[in-house]
Design a protein around this ligand. Structure first.
Ligand SMILES: Cc1ncc(COP(=O)(O)O)c(C=O)c1O
Length: 410
């Protein structure tokens, strides 16, 4: 994809870092944000004038589009806007867990789960971490034992899992996991940062109790958008307190969603952009977006697997999301830097904010190189990325051999 730099110059790059953020957005998203700032501008739920009502209608349509995308039954008002998945996960975990409670999480968690759980553990919440496997799967027997606990541990209150791994691109079987959690009376909190907009999500069929998602990755909104859906019957307590434009005499936060979890002025232009992203997805369907991304993933995987010295870390399983992570046997940051500088191929190296996953995969020391596919990726992009990787790995290997040779003759 040829894009344009902030300075307006043509910038011939291949952007393969969609798992970090969707980079340049569809024109409809950009237009919706500009139109909001130009024609609406007001904050939803803060006044009765026409502009505030227009703003409220956009926020409502966005909640309704999210409810449709995730097959959320009932009131779309159970979706609270948040700044990103990290914000949503912090609200979910701090709003559900109290000293003495136990939470079960996985070794594939992003730091947006690992760090809040560590902070909660310092306040007396007990933590159990499920072991990771090289193929990204979870042992369902271990899930069951962990949530049930024992006479000393007791049952877990919350099981939190990533729907899709940001390191491997694998997807967990949520329905089977939910069955184990619910049988133990444990709530399932799902981090959908990498799956929302890329794979179909049906919260009821998948047994999700609380869904945290971000708006700036697969949902194609701008940074600063995301949300938290809380199933009817579950109360996530507020962690942020302030104005909501409702029940203003009460010093406590309102009990009704979404106001309970939406203190302060929301990112209304971002919500307008997120709505446009959701409409873009609805027009194409998640099924067809997923199929296209899987075809590109298979193509990229086959090409990089054929490069001498490159080990593909992402499992060969054809499903999952459009992430292909490799270990080139050399420092991943150097490879990423050279891919960018010499070939205009933009990737993400290192630990991807999930260090325990890299511990499982044997890539903790030099990190791994992640290619991630998104809405504007083409076959030409993945072909160019694979050719570039072959060139960089080839020249770095030759340089290493030369350095070893001259060290040997010195
Ligand atoms: C699996 C996973 N969870 C959570 C997050 C955090 O998302 P955000 O940056 O929107 O807070 C990410 C971001 O990369 C992620 O990959």
């Amino acid at each position: 994809m040829t894009s344009t730099t902030a300075a307006g110059a043509a910038d011939d790059v291949v952007y393969l870092d969609y798992a970090a953020t969707s980079a340049i957005r569809p024109p409809e998203v950009i237009d919706a944000i500009a139109a909001y700032l130009r024609d609406v501008g007001a904050t939803p739920g803060r006044a009765g004038h026409r502009r505030a009502l227009d703003a409220g209608r956009i926020a409502f349509r966005c909640r309704r589009a999210l409810a449709e995308l995730f097959a959320i039954p009932g009131d779309p008002g159970r979706i609270a806007f948040q700044l990103n998945a990290t914000h949503a996960l912090n609200v979910a975990l701090f709003g559900l867990l109290h000293p003495g409670d136990r939470v079960v999480r996985t070794a594939y968690d992003h730091n947006s789960v690992r760090r809040p759980v560590a902070a909660l553990a310092a306040r007396g919440v007990r933590e159990t971490v499920l072991a990771g496997s090289v193929d990204g799967t979870l042992d369902l027997g271990e899930v069951e034992r962990a949530v049930v606990g024992n006479a000393v541990l007791g049952r877990a209150k919350v099981l939190v899992v990533p729907h899709a791994s940001n390191v491997l691109g694998t997807v967990l079987p949520l329905a089977e996991i939910a069955e184990r959690a619910h049988a133990a009376g444990c709530l399932l909190v799902v981090d959908a940062a990498q799956s929302a907009g890329h794979v179909a999500i049906d919260v009821v069929r998948m047994g999700v109790d609380v869904l945290a998602f971000t708006g700036h990755k697969g949902l194609l909104g701008p940074q600063g958008t995301g949300g938290l859906w809380v199933r009817e019957g579950v109360d996530v307590g507020p962690v942020l307190f302030g104005g909501t434009g409702s029940e203003s005499w009460d010093a406590a936060m309102p009990s009704a969603m979404p106001d309970r979890l939406e203190a302060g002025t929301q990112n209304a232009p971002g919500i307008a952009g997120l709505l446009a992203g959701l409409e873009w997805i609805r027009e194409r369907s998640v099924g067809s977006i997923h199929a296209a991304e899987l075809a590109l993933k298979a193509r990229l995987r086959a090409k990089v697997a054929a490069i001498e010295g490159v080990r593909v870390v992402s499992p060969a399983a054809p499903e999952g999301v459009g992430i292909v992570t490799v270990d080139a046997g050399m420092d991943s940051s150097t490879v990423a830097r050279r891919l960018d500088a010499e070939h205009g191929v933009l990737t993400r190296a290192g630990l991807h904010c999930a260090p325990e996953a890299h511990d499982c995969l044997g890539t903790a020391e030099r990190g791994a190189l992640r290619f991630s596919i998104g809405w504007a990726t083409s076959e030409a992009d993945v072909d160019r990325a694979a050719t570039a990787l072959a060139a960089v790995v080839g020249s770095m290997s030759a340089e290493a051999r030369k350095a070893a040779g001259s060290a040997g003759t010195a």
